[in-house]
Each structure stands twice: as structure tokens, then as C-alpha cells.
Design a protein around this ligand. Structure first.
Ligand code: ATP
Ligand code: ATP
Ligand code: MG
Ligand code: MG
Ligand code: MG
Ligand code: MG
Length: 266
């Protein structure tokens, strides 16, 4: 095709190749989900429909991009970890980030009704995203541990906050004041002594978030191996997780796995 005189503007485009040999993390996070969750009457502190919709949208992304080895989600965010030797889109940052973000966002909307049934989607939600590179396995583990610790801290706070409001009759402002300066142990104690709630018995998805991994499992009927995306709600801060799922850091594409009875296959 003949070049137009306008063609030169392409030279204004800059390269954005990601450094080789680093773990690539893409994290998406809902824009103003504090408001979005209110507008759509999310159950407080945790709306299971919303969490499962996030997990569904993330599964669609993992299904499409096989170089994603593990994903971690909590609240309105999801992190996708691409293998460190990925050559997807020649490691172009904006391609990876925008494809993952837009597929995640459109899937969130596409599958909304499957999870929220009659609750009408009132406006199109959007998500921000960023790409972060981690050069070592330790850095990557610390990144995921950071997100899971964040999940725990926020969930303990939110569980106590909403117990004070919904069961204790406090206003939001009073509950916030009551929790100001409290330690984890104080919140556990409030839940236990005032609301007869043992935080340890809260649903594990709320406490740990959701880890999506790829596993080869035997079909119970045909006995054939198939690759599935498996949601786990485990502690990934401890070494045990990484030795049980050693294929992730050892960069094999998948491991054999027997499905824990607590797992729902998507
Ligand atoms: P920003 O645009 O800066 O990300 P935000 O309002 O989305 O602002 P976040 O820190 O991302 O702030 O927090 C997300 C908020 O969304 C939570 O504080 C919570 O109120 C709400 N939220 C997200 N998921 C759920 C859920 N499953 N159940 C109940 N509330 C949720
Ligand atoms: P890439 O992923 O590299 O962008 P692509 O298939 O999207 O690949 P583009 O150069 O973006 O390639 O071209 C978009 C193509 O989509 C067009 O070539 C055309 O075939 C099709 N297309 C887009 N919009 C329309 C439209 N309104 N009507 C008919 N065809 C369309
Ligand atoms: Mg944000
Ligand atoms: Mg957000
Ligand atoms: Mg968030
Ligand atoms: Mg195109």
C-alpha cells in the first residue's frame, strides 16, 4: 500500500518492551468500586456473587492467555502472573496490559447476569491496570503474599466494621471510630465477645481470596487427563503452597493434581 504523507506520525509511537527474564504481573482493579458496590447493593462485608463473577472473568483471561501460570484475586482486584520467559506480543507492555484488562472487563459485564440474576447492571464498570516486573522468585512470592496479607487485613476490618453496624446498631462513623487504632487481636475479640463470631470460622474465600492455577486432572468418568483452571483458597504465604504447586515457580506448564474435595471445578 502506498504511504500517505501522514504516515510519519507513526514515529511518535514509543517502544514498550518489557525487560526479559522477569515475572510479569498484570493487576486490574475496579474503578470506584466502593460506589459501584453500593449502587448494586453488594452484600456487606462480602458479596459472594461479586467475588465469583471476578473469578469467572479471571478464568476467561487465563483460558485465553496460556502463559498466565497463576492468578490471585480479592475484593475488586485480580493479579495475573505470566511466565518469566513469555514471548506473548513480544513482551509489549501495552499489548499485554490492555488485552488482559479489556478481556477481564468485558467478561465481567458479559457474565454479570449469570451471577447477579435480576440485579440490573446500572452503568458500565471499568478497571485500571498496571504491569509490574519481578526479577526473582522471592520478589514474586512477596508480591503475592502482600496481596493476600492485604486481603486478610481488610477482611478482618470489614467483618468487624459491618458486625458493629449491622448487628451492633452503630452508625458507620461510630463503627469507624470504635475501630480506630485497634489491633488484629482487638478486632478478633470484638467479634468473639460481642457478636459470638470466631473469625477463624469465616469462609476461607473471604479470608484468603482466590488463587487460580492450571492443573491436569483425571476426568472421573473417562479417566482422561484434561487441563482445568482450579480455584483455590489456600494460604500462599507459607512455603507449603509453593512446594505443593511446585510447577509454578519451576516453569513447567502444568502439574498433575488430585482435586481437594473443597474445590468447585468451573
Ligand atoms: P479505586 O478506584 O481507587 O480502586 P475503590 O472504591 O475501587 O477505588 P478499592 O480500594 O479498590 O477502592 O476497594 C474496593 C471496594 O469495593 C471495597 O472497599 C469494597 O467496598 C467494595 N467491594 C469490592 N468487592 C466487594 C465484594 N465482593 N463485596 C462487597 N464489597 C466489595
Ligand atoms: P489486530 O488484532 O492486529 O488488530 P485485526 O483483525 O483487528 O487484528 P485490524 O487492522 O485492527 O486487524 O483491522 C480490523 C478489521 O476488522 C478490518 O480489517 C475489518 O475486516 C474488520 N472490521 C472492523 N470494523 C468493521 C466494520 N465496521 N465493518 C466491517 N468490518 C470491520
Ligand atoms: Mg485502584
Ligand atoms: Mg478499586
Ligand atoms: Mg481494590
Ligand atoms: Mg484490530
Amino acid at each position: 500500500m502506498a504511504k500517505s504523507k501522514f504516515e510519519y506520525v507513526r514515529n511518535f509511537e514509543t517502544e514498550d518492551y518489557l525487560l526479559p527474564n522477569c515475572w510479569v504481573v498484570v493487576r486490574v482493579d475496579g474503578k470506584a468500586f466502593h460506589k459501584f458496590s453500593k449502587k448494586h447493593d453488594f452484600h456487606k462485608p462480602n458479596d459472594v456473587r461479586a467475588l465469583e463473577l471476578m473469578n469467572k472473568a479471571a478464568s476467561v483471561v487465563m483460558e485465553e492467555y496460556k502463559d498466565i501460570l497463576i492468578a490471585y484475586g480479592q475484593s475488586d482486584e485480580y493479579s495475573f502472573v505470566l511466565r518469566k520467559d513469555t514471548n506473548l506480543y513480544n513482551r509489549r507492555r501495552s499489548k499485554l496490559m490492555t488485552y488482559i484488562n479489556s478481556l477481564f472487563s468485558s467478561s465481567y459485564v458479559y457474565y454479570w447476569r449469570d451471577y447477579f440474576n435480576d440485579v440490573k447492571l446500572k452503568y458500565p464498570p471499568s478497571f485500571d491496570s498496571r504491569v509490574v516486573l519481578y526479577p526473582s522468585n522471592e520478589n514474586l512470592r512477596d508480591y503475592l503474599s502482600w496481596r493476600q496479607a492485604d486481603c486478610h487485613i481488610n477482611n478482618l476490618y470489614n467483618t468487624t466494621f459491618w458486625a458493629l453496624v449491622l448487628k451492633g446498631g452503630l452508625t458507620n462513623a461510630e463503627a469507624e471510630k470504635r475501630l480506630c487504632g485497634t489491633l488484629s487481636s482487638d478486632k478478633n475479640e470484638i467479634l468473639f465477645s460481642e457478636f459470638n463470631t470466631n473469625y477463624n470460622n469465616e469462609p476461607v474465600m473471604f479470608k484468603k481470596g482466590t488463587i487460580l492455577v492450571r492443573k491436569k486432572i483425571k476426568h472421573p468418568v473417562t479417566d482422561k487427563n484434561r487441563l482445568v483452571i482450579l480455584p483455590l483458597h489456600e494460604d500462599l504465604i507459607q512455603d507449603t503452597f509453593w512446594t505443593t504447586h511446585d510447577e509454578i515457580l519451576n516453569i513447567k506448564s502444568c502439574g498433575h493434581y488430585s482435586v481437594p474435595s473443597s474445590c468447585d471445578l468451573p
